[in-house]
Write a protein that binds this ligand. Structure first.
Ligand code: PMP
Length: 355
């Protein structure tokens, strides 16, 4: 840190993204991307006229894309907000809705960016412990009197709670915003989107990064009541009015035209998730039930950090956190069947070597 940095960030610990090796020699199962490339129509859209128009700013309203998303999800244009990845969406939401008098709460084991935004914006936060087996008990959030952030399915556990539980939390916290981060909802989970017509305080966040194979394009979106969307707009126009670039917009529109391709990919990922879980069972692993494109797993014969390092030495990247509650566990993104077979082969080798 230089001597010019504001002292209010002295204790800020920045988010540490998963490794992104640029040589691509790894089987990359560490950041929950889709192993499948964007649909052919996306590649074709990027050859089109938008490249030639890059001298012009994009539409700050993101009209075309918002209209398409509104149509697709059966909501009004005014219920849709676009952001540069759902990380930006989370950033805007923490800034818009939380402060010293409006603290935030979220599960103690969840997406690592939540505490980072809380610290960045100096928002008091409560981390509510998950129950045995990393299970979220909705009772812990009912009538809480704070803003609430819940990833559903949760990361890194993959566990999901039913929409009825989300509704109970939203209904009993009407004076506070309940943000439901549905980054992983399209791998077998159920969206609470139908509730936004009923509850002004519900903010549903989704992303193109996982199911829609567009992590590199950086596009997230929120669906919520007009009021919450207007608040997010206010923050966006005070931060970066042109937050969605032309190429990403073109790619996203073509993505929405190719839905069946992504649905088929999601089915493959769900099959590979079951396959990998079953094979790991036979290798002495305990794997949590997952509705996401990753699994959270631990083995009886090696500590999580050691397994992560041994896999990395053999060219397979998974994610591990040095944190007491989850030190035994690794999060493994579900890739293609071939990638999962390589992962499983390497696990077998490591097990043999470990004796
Ligand atoms: N929410 C959760 C729970 C995530 O795991 C991630 C991905 N790391 C994000 C949000 C952010 O995804 P993106 O910014 O790529 O949309």
């Amino acid at each position: 840190m230089s001597r010019y940095m504001s002292s209010r960030f002295d204790s800020l610990e920045a988010y540490v993204p998963g490794e992104q090796p640029q040589d691509m020699v790894y089987v990359k199962l560490n950041t929950n991307e889709s192993p499948f490339p964007p649909a052919p129509a996306v590649l074709a859209a990027l050859q089109g006229g938008e490249v030639e128009r890059l001298n012009r700013y994009p539409d700050p309203e993101g009209r075309l894309l918002r209209e398409r998303l509104a149509e697709m999800y059966g909501v009004e244009y005014e219920n849709v907000f676009l952001a540069n990845g759902s990380d930006e969406l989370l950033s805007f939401a923490f800034l818009a809705f939380c402060d010293r008098t409006r603290p935030v709460a979220y599960p103690n084991i969840s997406y690592g960016f939540y505490p980072v935004y809380a610290n960045l914006y100096q928002i008091p936060y409560t981390e509510i412990s998950l129950r045995e087996g990393f299970v979220l008990d909705p009772k812990d959030y009912c009538g809480l009197g704070k803003n609430i952030v819940i990833a559903n399915p949760n990361a890194p556990t993959g566990r999901a709670i039913p929409v009825s539980d989300i509704e109970e939390i939203v209904r009993t916290n009407l004076d506070h915003v309940v943000l439901v981060d549905e980054a992983y909802v399209d791998f077998g989970g159920k969206s609470c989107l139908p509730l936004i017509g009923k509850y002004d305080n519900l903010l549903v966040c989704q992303t193109f990064s996982k199911f829609r194979s567009l992590a590199g394009g950086r596009l997230g979106f929120a669906l919520a009541s007009r009021g919450l969307i207007e608040d997010l707009e206010k923050i966006k126009y005070s931060t970066n009015s042109y937050n969605i670039n032309r190429l990403t917009t073109a790619a996203a529109l073509a993505t929405l035209d190719s839905n069946s391709y992504y649905v088929a990919n999601s089915r493959k990922i769900q099959d590979n998730r079951t396959y990998t879980g079953e094979k790991l069972d036979a290798l002495g692993f305990e794997t949590l039930p997952s509705l996401a494109n990753f699994i959270f797993t631990r083995c009886s014969w090696m500590e999580g950090g050691a397994l992560y390092r041994a896999l990395k030495a053999k060219g397979v990247l998974v994610r591990h956190w040095e944190r007491a509650e989850i030190r035994d566990w690794c999060r493994v993104t579900i890739g293609t069947r071939e990638e999962m077979d390589i992962f499983l082969d390497r696990v077998r080798e490591i097990r043999k070597e470990a004796g």
